[in-house]
Each structure stands twice: as C-alpha cells, then as structure tokens.
Write a protein that binds this ligand. Structure first.
Ligand code: ZN
Length: 140
C-alpha cells in the first residue's frame, strides 16, 4: 500500500520533470523565434518576420498551456491522496480510538490490552479510506 503510493508519486514527478524539460526547450525556441522575427523585421524581411512571429507566439502559447495543465494535475493529485484510518475498540468499556493505518492492520485483529480494563484486549473494528469529497467506510 505505502510502496504503491510511493511508486505512483515518484513516476508522476518523473513525468512532470520530463514535461518541464520539453516545455523549457519549446519556450526557449519560441523566444529565439520571436527575437529572429524582430531581427527580420529590422532588416525589412517582413514575410519572414511575420512567419517567425506566428511560430514563436504559437510555441509560447502551447508551452504555457502545458505548464498550466501540469501544475493543475499535480495539485489535484496531492489533494486526492487518500488517508487510511483504523478504528480500534474495546468490547468491554466501548472505548473507541481512530489512528492512522499501520501495515498488518485488519478487521477483527486483536491488539494489546485496553487502558481501562487490563483483562480485555482491544480489537480493530474498522479500516476506512478518508477522502475529502466522498467517504467510503468499511466498518462493522
Ligand atoms: Zn476497555
């Protein structure tokens, strides 16, 4: 579970750094094209100037759109990272504790003794995913 999320986030950051490199290249080419357009305009090559300006503006627009989309996707991924919680209960006194999910947690698993009643063991009664928008609960 934890390994999966780590692999996912590392591959996402790999893709976005690869994309950022492409965006940087396209953006620098766009700037070169715009400067060439200015130069062509100064030496009275108006057709070439217009052509270079269109290419430069188009490339700049594309790189800005890609950059904006990547940022937005990255933000959305961070927001949706689900948090898994575990509910621990004592059947004797009814004490209920919710804590972060730990590796090896499962429903009906017996844990250490309850703080209030040492003869009664605590038991996991629920494991659920915490999502901001919608919440799915797998509790008994
Ligand atoms: Zn108890």
């Amino acid at each position: 579970m934890t390994q999966n999320t780590q692999q996912q986030s590392s591959s996402v950051s790999k893709i976005s750094s690869y994309l950022l490199l492409i965006v940087a290249i396209v953006m620098s080419l766009a700037i070169v094209a715009i400067f060439s357009a200015v130069y062509a305009y100064m030496i009275d090559c108006l057709i070439q100037a217009g052509f270079l300006l269109i290419i430069g503006a188009f490339a700049l627009a594309i790189s800005l759109v890609v950059l904006y989309q990547t940022r937005r996707n990255a933000a959305a991924l961070q927001d949706e990272a689900p948090k898994v919680m575990t509910i621990i209960e004592c059947k004797n006194c009814g004490t209920k504790i919710t804590r972060d999910f730990q590796r090896g947690d499962f429903v009906f698993k017996e844990l250490g003794a309850c703080e209030k009643c040492p003869e009664q063991k605590q038991m996991i009664t629920g494991v659920y995913k915490e999502i901001k928008t919608k919440e799915k609960t797998y509790a008994i």
